[in-house]
Unconditional design. Structure first.
Length: 491
């Protein structure tokens, strides 16, 4: 193998008589500045990519080859993707790069247990994590490298954080984790919050406030990848999605949400904070959560007389999101603690009602969550939880979308700028791959659910134009004759 400084994946050739061949076999070499930066980076945690076509998979496989070359049998790596099919694609690319070097590859996506053993004894294990709990299968293992391909497919960083605990070496090998990904997907929120928001342009080392560990975002785009036909690749992408989606793919624009469930969402739905007039009807809605966040929203219905809001529009003037601050991780408060927090926040207000997740009314050998909150003076009624249309009735997401669209260019739903978690999460919601008409429940959908309950409790539809009933064939409407006579008289 070549020395790490050469930054290429090579293996010397040996002839049958024991003599050396003409030189090393080169199976891969970095083709861009970002790939070379990835190979040279000593930061503990790296997020590599952020756009389509930047050579992410090749980059992490090349980084593994250098690590294996430097540490031999003491180098033990784990390559992770969300599904077995996705993992199989990465394994086949590994085969193309490592097999000519004499590496031994066993397993397949269908059979599982995929592994690469390099000639010097370094080992790379391939595993998929269909469920977050699958990360527990690796507890007790010791890895010197963990690679997470397409991290945006993971709705929560929890399983990835668990894998960080496996990074240890009794031989003193430096242990690192590398992730790749693009904008969009169920994990868009936490990736953006962890790697993009602190340094949108990348290349800036960030120290974790809790652990002190360092992390960095190394951006890589299709323009950096000279190994592919860039013009053809870009042309193909432009035929694969909306202009916004293509921009996210090509430019790594994390403000554009690929495959957004609500493309109607925009700045027109956000209004400056104000105190709703006392005579406006007020109510609240809630989606329950413990390990995952709960979401409570307070709403007022406009009467069309002030603040430029149309009559009947709903405006969310306050929210309480039960999160630790880490995306999709709840506070684990009791029903009583949440009820007390609700009472404090709405003290002095008169609310018409509260509507909540039907799950809180379930009783399992004791009082339900709704009953426990009732004991603290917070009353809820059961929300309609029909997410999608059925038997001719509008589903909750249709009602939500109808309010976003509004009428005559004016939405019928608004969020005050202080509702930061609604503004953060709702536009990033994704379609469910199996049921495109529904939202992906693996995403951070708690605020969207609570707001859906609010909208279904006060459904709104645009006013239909008054049109006369259809006439039988051959009949003529009297008003049409009168109009025609008037026109002749004017002539």
């Amino acid at each position: 193998m070549a020395t790490p400084s050469s930054q290429s994946t090579t293996q010397s050739t040996t002839l049958p008589d024991g003599s050396s061949g003409r030189g090393p076999v080169v199976t891969w070499a970095p083709v861009s500045g970002p790939q070379r930066a990835l190979l040279a980076c000593n930061v503990f945690e790296v997020f590599f990519g952020g756009a389509r076509g930047g050579g992410k998979t090749d980059g992490v496989l090349g980084e593994w080859a250098m690590h294996a070359d430097a540490h031999g049998i003491n180098a033990v790596g784990l390559m992770v993707r969300r599904t077995a099919k996705q993992l199989g694609e990465t394994f086949e690319r590994a085969r193309a790069i490592f097999a000519p070097l004499g590496a031994h590859l066993v397993g397949s996506a269908e059979g599982g247990s995929m592994r690469v053993t390099m000639p010097n004894g370094a080992r790379l294990v391939f595993a998929h994590l269909e469920r977050d709990a699958d990360a527990e299968n690796h507890q007790g293992a010791s890895y010197t490298r963990v690679y997470v391909e397409e991290a945006g497919n993971f709705p929560s960083p929890a399983p990835i954080f668990r894998l960080m605990a496996t990074l240890r070496s009794g031989a003193g090998v430096p242990c690192r984790i590398r992730l790749t990904g693009n904008p969009g997907g169920p994990g868009h929120h936490w990736l953006k919050a962890r790697y993009i928001d602190p340094a949108p342009l990348g290349w800036q080392v960030i120290a974790d406030p809790d652990s002190g560990r360092q992390r960095v975002f190394i951006p890589s785009r299709v323009q950096d990848n000279t190994k592919i036909d860039q013009a053809s690749y870009i042309a193909n992408l432009r035929q694969s999605g909306s202009p916004e989606l293509v921009r996210a793919w090509l430019e790594g624009d994390w403000s554009v949400i690929a495959g957004a469930f609500f493309p109607e969402w925009g700045p027109q739905h956000i209004v400056p904070p104000f105190t709703p007039p006392e005579h406006w009807l007020r109510f609240r809605s809630m989606d329950w959560g413990s390990a995952r966040p709960f979401a409570v929203g307070w709403w007022a219905q406009a009467d069309g007389s002030t603040h430029g809001l149309p009559k009947g529009a709903l405006v969310k003037y306050r929210e309480w999101y039960g999160s630790t601050g880490e995306p999709n991780v709840g506070l684990r408060l009791t029903a009583e603690e949440v009820a007390d927090g609700v009472k404090v926040r709405e003290a002095g207000e008169t609310l018409a009602y509260g509507v909540a997740d039907p799950a809180i009314f379930s009783s399992d050998g004791g009082p339900s969550i709704a009953e426990r909150m009732f004991g603290r003076g917070v009353i809820w009624r059961r929300a309609d939880n029909a997410r999608v249309s059925r038997q001719g009735a509008l589903g909750g997401w249709d009602v939500f979308r109808q309010r976003l669209k509004g009428e005559d260019g004016r939405p019928m739903a608004y969020w005050m700028a202080t509702c930061r978690d609604a503004i953060r999460t709702i536009p990033a919601m994704q379609h469910d791959d199996a049921r495109p008409e529904d939202m992906d429940t693996e995403g951070e959908d708690h605020v969207a659910d609570a707001d859906r309950y609010a909208f279904v409790s006060r459904p709104w539809m645009p006013v239909a134009e008054d049109k006369p009933p259809p006439l039988p064939p051959g009949a003529i409407r009297v008003s049409s004759l009168s109009e025609a006579s008037g026109k002749r008289a004017r002539l």
